[in-house]
Ligand binder design. Structure first.
Ligand SMILES: NC(=O)c1ccc[n+]([C@@H]2O[C@H](COP(=O)([O-])OP(=O)(O)OC[C@H]3O[C@@H](n4cnc5c(N)ncnc54)[C@H](O)[C@@H]3O)[C@@H](O)[C@H]2O)c1
Length: 351
C-alpha cells in the first residue's frame, strides 16, 4: 500500500515472516530503537539485523514516552556517530514508534526512518498517519509533529506474542475503522470476530489492510489533522479520559472501545441510530473488551467529567465528540454532561 504525504509517498508492506530483514541489511548506516519486550522475545531472529549495530532499547511504558527518553537516545546516536545519512529503524508498538518518529523528525533537521510495527494497534492503525508524539508530565501526546517513515514492514506474526489486553487494544482500532466505514462494513468485520480473537492470520491480514485503507482515505485528505481527520477520534474523547482516570491501566485501544460504546449510547439517545443498531454495535464491541479492566470508580463524576472538561475542544459547558449515525461519523460540539452520565450508566449496566 502506498500512502501520499507532504514528504512524498511512503509504502506499507505486509509479511507473514521475516524475509524483509535482508532488505534492512542492505542499508549502510543504521540506528535501531527497539522495544525491550520485543528484543527479549525475538533476539534470535532479530540478531540478523542487530548484530554489531548501534541501538537503544526502550521499556515501552507511557511514562517513558517523554523528552528525557528522546534526549537520551539522541545522545547515544551522537556518541555512536549517527549522521544525516543514518536511517533510524524503530521496532515496537505505538510507544516506540512515537518516540522514534519524534527523534527522526528533529535530529539533523530530519533523517530517514523505517518502522517495523510489532503490536496489532501499530500494524492496523498508528503505522500510517505521520504523527510523532511525546507526553509531558500528565499531558499525553502534547509534543510532536507529522513525519512519516520511509517504509513500513508489517509482519503480522508479531501479534502472536502480545498479551491479550494489548492484542484486544488493536482489535479496538480495527473495529473503529470498520464501524466508521458504515454499517455493512461493521457487519462484515463483526461476522468473523471469533477468528480475529483467535488471531487467525488470514483474517487478521485482511482486517489490517481494511483498517489501513480506511485510515489512508482519511489522512490523505487531511494529513495535518486540521479538520476532516478529526473523525478518526470516534471513541477517543471518552476513551482518552478513561485511560487517564485509570492511570493508564486501560490500554489505548481498549479505552477507544469503551469510548465507542459510550458514543453509541449517546447517538441512540439522540435518535441518530436505532436501539437495535446500538445493541448490535455494542454487543460486537463488548466481545473485544476486557470488562474486568473497568472499575466504576474510573467513571466517578468527580474524576471522569473534570478529566473530559480538560479536552481542548470543551467550550461553553459543552463537549465535542464524534458520533456514528448509521452511514458514517460526524463531529458534534453540543454534548451535555447529563447525556454523558446517562450514557455511561447505560453502558456500565451492560458490561
Ligand atoms: N502515532 C500515532 O498515530 C498513534 C496512534 C495511536 C496510538 N498511538 C500511541 O501508541 C501507544 C500505544 O501503542 P501500542 O498499543 O502499539 O502498544 P505499546 O507500544 O504501548 O506496547 C504495549 C505492550 O506490548 C509490548 N509489545 C510490543 N510488541 C510486542 C510483541 N510483538 N509481543 C509481545 N509484546 C509486545 C510492549 O513491550 C508493551 O509492553 C500510545 O502511547 C498511543 O498514544 C500513536
Amino acid at each position: 500500500m502506498k500512502v501520499k504525504s507532504y514528504v512524498g509517498e511512503y509504502v506499507a508492506e505486509t509479511y507473514s515472516d521475516f524475509s524483509f530483514l535482508d532488505e534492512i541489511n542492505t542499508i549502510e548506516k543504521k540506528f535501531f530503537i527497539i522495544d525491550q519486550n520485543v528484543y527479549q522475545l525475538y533476539q534470535e531472529v532479530l540478531g540478523k539485523i542487530l548484530k554489531g549495530q548501534p541501538n537503544y532499547i526502550v521499556v515501552a511504558e507511557e511514562e517513558n514516552k517523554n523528552i528525557e527518553t528522546a534526549l537520551a537516545i539522541i545522545e547515544r546516536m551522537i556518541e555512536l556517530e549517527s549522521k544525516r545519512n543514518t536511517v533510524l529503524i524503530a521496532i515496537g508498538g505505538g510507544i516506540v514508534q512515537d518516540i522514534a518518529a519524534f527523534i527522526a523528525n528533529i535530529i539533523y533537521r530530519g533523517i530517514n526512518w523505517i518502522l517495523i510495527p510489532t503490536t496489532l494497534l501499530a500494524q492496523a492503525d498508528s503505522c500510517i498517519g505521520s504523527k510523532t508524539s511525546l507526553n509531558f508530565k500528565q499531558y499525553k501526546n502534547i509534543m510532536g509533529y507529522f513525519y512519516p517513515p520511509q517504509k513500513i514492514y508489517i509482519n503480522t506474526n508479531f501479534v502472536n506474542t502480545l498479551l491479550e489486553k494489548d492484542y484486544y487494544s488493536g482489535l479496538g482500532e480495527i473495529m473503529k475503522c470498520a464501524i466508521m466505514a458504515g454499517f455493512d462494513s461493521f457487519q462484515s468485520t463483526s461476522s468473523h470476530i471469533d477468528l480475529l480473537k483467535r488471531r487467525d492470520e488470514k483474517v487478521l491480514q485482511q482486517e489490517i489492510t481494511k483498517a489501513l485503507m480506511f485510515k489512508k482515505s482519511v489522512i490523505e485528505r487531511d494529513e495535518f489533522d486540521r479538520d476532516f481527520r478529526n473523525i478518526m477520534n470516534y471513541g477517543h474523547t471518552f476513551g482518552h479520559a478513561l485511560e487517564t482516570t485509570s492511570g493508564y491501566d486501560i490500554p489505548h485501544g481498549q479505552g477507544v472501545s469503551f469510548g465507542m460504546m459510550i458514543a453509541n449510547e449517546i447517538s441512540c439517545a439522540r435518535g441518530y441510530i436505532s436501539e437495535q443498531m446500538k445493541v448490535q454495535l455494542n454487543k460486537a464491541i463488548k466481545e473485544i473488551v476486557h470488562s474486568d479492566l473497568i472499575k466504576a470508580e474510573y467513571f466517578d463524576e468527580s474524576r471522569y467529567l473534570p478529566t473530559l472538561r480538560k479536552d481542548k475542544k470543551y467550550t461553553g459547558g459543552k463537549h465535542t465528540c464524534i458520533l456514528f449515525n448509521g452511514d458514517s461519523v460526524a463531529r458534534y460540539s453540543d454534548i451535555k454532561d447529563e447525556e454523558i452520565v446517562a450514557a455511561i450508566n447505560n453502558m456500565l449496566g451492560k458490561i
